[in-house]
Design a protein around this ligand. Structure first.
Ligand code: 4H4
Length: 246
């Protein structure tokens, strides 16, 4: 998968992607990351990339042409068609389902805004999808781009080894993950649930599923469609609730 990042600070995203699973995915050739700086396409000595907003008001707006030329240069760098994503608080919320969809594309071009954002005409002409990583305003879209790069990189075939692939379960079925424990069994902070030490894989799987369902019910009921639960999951959730409410 190729990801091109259009940003005034492309090295920012490259640095975020240089470590751990994402860095390893790059070393394995599973992901290639390329930066394009609109300032390199801004004319004149000042190489302007922003200007004051029409209609007045605070802040600055990123100019069309430097962004357009940077995006077109990125498109031309690889023959495969690219999906252009603009990171903005006004975008659709990024979810694991959306990440899975993005990860299936051969190419993404991530457009990072600064200042008050980007001239709407550029968005209308060049952007396929606007995405937000949350309801807050960052100083730049680069952190959001780094989030997208990280999330899609770990879904590339071969990016995670077996021990890490379990982490994908957390949203495979749209539920929160179960709690995790490791050595020591006994610690001043508490003990490990007995079922996890039992070696009974069926019971362990049942416990983990019940914890995932229960945690989702407690912490993110918006993620839980109880009507869509099967009979077994409904029984597990009832058991969790009975224990929690006793
Ligand atoms: N949250 C986010 N999820 O992804 N990007 C996020 C973000 O905050 N980006 C900000 C730097 C850029 C930006 C873009 C657009 C607007 S505006 N005027 O359209 O509201 C404001 C700020």
């Amino acid at each position: 998968m190729r990801v091109d990042v259009v940003s005034l600070f492309p090295e920012f995203v490259a640095q975020c992607a240089a470590f751990g699973v994402v860095g390893r995915a790059q070393e394995r050739g599973l992901l290639s990351l390329h930066g394009w700086n609109p300032r390199d396409y801004a004319p004149g000595n000042y190489r302007r990339v922003d200007d004051r907003p029409f209609g007045g008001g605070p802040g600055m707006v990123m100019l069309i042409d430097p962004l357009h030329d940077a995006i077109e240069a990125a498109r031309a760098a690889d023959p495969r068609e690219a999906k252009v994503v603009y990171l903005t608080p006004q975008g659709a919320r990024l979810t694991q389902a959306k990440v899975r969809e993005l990860a299936a594309h051969p190419r993404l071009i991530l457009l990072c805004g600064r200042y008050e954002g980007v001239d709407e005409r550029l968005i209308e002409a060049e952007v396929d999808e606007e995405l937000s990583i949350g309801d807050y305003v960052l100083s730049g879209g680069e952190l959001a781009a780094a989030v997208v790069v990280d999330a899609v990189a770990r879904l590339q075939e071969g990016a995670l080894n077996d021990a890490e692939s379990a982490a994908q379960d957390s949203f495979e079925h749209g539920l929160l993950d179960c709690p995790h424990y490791t050595r020591p069994v006994e610690h001043p902070l508490g003990h490990v649930p007995e079922v996890l030490l039992s070696g009974n894989h069926a019971e362990i799987a049942r416990w983990r599923r019940m914890e995932s369902l229960g945690r989702t019910w407690l912490r993110r009921p918006d993620l839980l469609d109880e009507q869509a639960l099967g009979k077994a999951d409904r029984a597990l959730l009832d058991a969790f609730r009975a224990r929690y409410l006793q």
